[in-house]
Every structure is written in structure tokens, then in C-alpha cells.
Design a protein around this ligand. Structure first.
Ligand code: NAP
Length: 209
């Protein structure tokens, strides 16, 4: 099965629309961005488009202005959006997690680590891999659910997967033409978790206003 992000995102957007309609003051998102980081700039524009479509204006300022802005630290902390999007995707497509072995490639504070915590809360057995992990293919083979979040294109090929697995290609690491005929479920890089991540972000905005 192809686990695309569009459908669970649409489900979430309808809740966001309802919430925005019920609010007395319009919510807004304030984003600090690095002008040198082009992919982050594209992502910001897609967030702005989604925000506009759902009544949430997104105000963007370069990171250099961030230190001059009082009160940012007082904002409530929420779960990192991509980690939450991965869990929501599994929920939406009813992929069982409890008791399953999830292997996460990547240990960043925004994706790998928070995702491991969310999955542990759902009784998964979690292995986190990183750039110093030895024999990655054999660890990947042991996974029921394999989350690829390193951003290293080509890292996960047919030698890393087996039938029956669910693979979430968060960072574009998996060679999709090689893994698609083998795994049971694939959440592709394009049209996958990214679409849902934006919806999760806007939902957090409506929750914290
Ligand atoms: P990051 O902070 O650069 O972390 C990358 C992680 O991958 C690190 O933990 C690194 O290990 C590990 N790694 C690098 N090379 C590896 C290798 N050869 N084998 C095993 N692990 C390796 O990146 P991030 O912010 O977590 O994002 C990861 C990827 O997901 C990026 O491509 C990003 O663009 C993408 N992303 C996609 C979405 C989406 O919505 N689709 C959202 C967020 C991020 P070390 O810790 O040892 O360096």
C-alpha cells in the first residue's frame, strides 16, 4: 500500500478549519528562517500557502532578527511536527505499532529522538541508528517499521529491506524504485510525511493560541 500524506493531512485540516472558525481571535504563526537555507525557504513558502488557505497567516522574519524579539522562549513547547506526523501517518493507515520493532535512521532532536519517544509510548521496541552505526543493512532488516530520516540519498536500497515491512521515507534516503516491489507499505518521500508535517504545524498553532 502507498501511504501518502495527503489524506491524513486533509482529515487534520478539516479539524483545523473547525477550530479556527470557533476562535474569537485569528491565530497566526511567527517563523524565523535562515535566508541561506534554500530548502527551508521552499518549506516556509509551502507553510505560508497552507496557512493562508486555512485562515492562519504566517509571518516570516530572518533568524538574525530572532534575538531582538522578546518573549519567544515563553511559547509553549509542542512535539516536533515531523515526528508527530510519522505517528499520525501510522495511525491513519492503521499500521500496528505496539510490540513491533521500529528502526529509525537518524538521531536528530527534531525527528529521530522525539519519534522514538512517541513510539515507545505506544509500546514499540525502538532502535535508533546514526552515522556511526555498524552494519546498517542487517539492523534495517530486523525492522517491522523502518523510518529513514538521514537525508542521505541512496542509503537504503534493496539490501536493507524485506517483505512485510512498512517504510517511511522521511529524508529521501530510500531508493524507492528498489524498495517499492519488496516492502508491504511505503510512505514515499514526495507526497509523504511532508504534507502531513505542515498540517501538524498548523494544528499546533490553533492549539497554542
Ligand atoms: P539531521 O539533523 O541532519 O540528522 C541526520 C541524522 O542522520 C543524524 O543523526 C546523522 O547521524 C544520521 N546519519 C547521517 N548519515 C548517516 C548514515 N550514513 N547512516 C546512518 N545515519 C546517518 O537531519 P534531520 O533534521 O533529522 O532531517 C533528516 C532528513 O529528513 C533531512 O533530509 C530532512 O530534510 C528530512 N526532513 C523531512 C521532513 C519531511 O517533512 N518530509 C521533515 C524534517 C526533515 P549523526 O547524528 O551521527 O550525525
Amino acid at each position: 500500500m502507498l501511504l501518502t500524506g495527503k489524506q491524513p493531512a486533509e482529515q487534520l485540516y478539516s479539524k483545523i478549519d473547525e477550530r479556527v472558525r470557533s476562535m474569537t481571535e485569528a491565530p497566526g504563526l511567527f517563523a524565523l528562517y535562515d535566508p541561506e537555507d534554500k530548502p527551508a525557504g521552499w518549506y516556509l513558502r509551502s507553510i505560508q500557502r497552507a496557512g493562508e488557505a486555512h485562515g492562519i497567516p504566517v509571518y516570516a522574519r530572518p533568524l538574525s532578527e530572532g534575538t531582538a524579539l522578546p518573549g519567544l522562549k515563553a511559547y509553549p513547547r509542542t512535539t516536533p511536527c515531523t515526528a508527530e506526523a510519522c505517528v499520525r501517518l501510522l495511525d491513519y493507515y492503521k499500521v500496528p505499532v505496539s510490540g513491533k520493532h521500529v528502526v529509525i535512521l537518524g538521531r536528530s532532536l527534531t525527528v529521530g529522538r522525539p519519534l522514538a519517544m512517541l513510539l515507545l509510548d505506544r509500546n514499540a521496541t525502538v532502535t535508533i541508528c546514526h552515522s556511526k552505526t555498524e552494519d546498517l543493512p542487517s539492523i534495517c532488516h530486523q525492522a517491522d517499521i523502518l523510518v529513514c530520516a538521514t537525508g542521505r540519498e541512496g542509503l537504503v536500497g534493496k539490501d536493507c529491506v524485506r517483505p512485510g515491512q512498512t517504510l517511511i521515507n522521511v529524508g529521501g534516503d530510500a531508493v524507492e524504485e528498489e524498495v517499492t516491489p519488496i516492502v508491504e507499505n511505503l510512505c514515499p518521500f514526495k507526497g509523504g510525511v511532508g504534507a502531513l508535517t505542515t498540517a501538524v504545524l498548523l494544528q499546533h498553532v490553533t492549539e497554542t493560541n
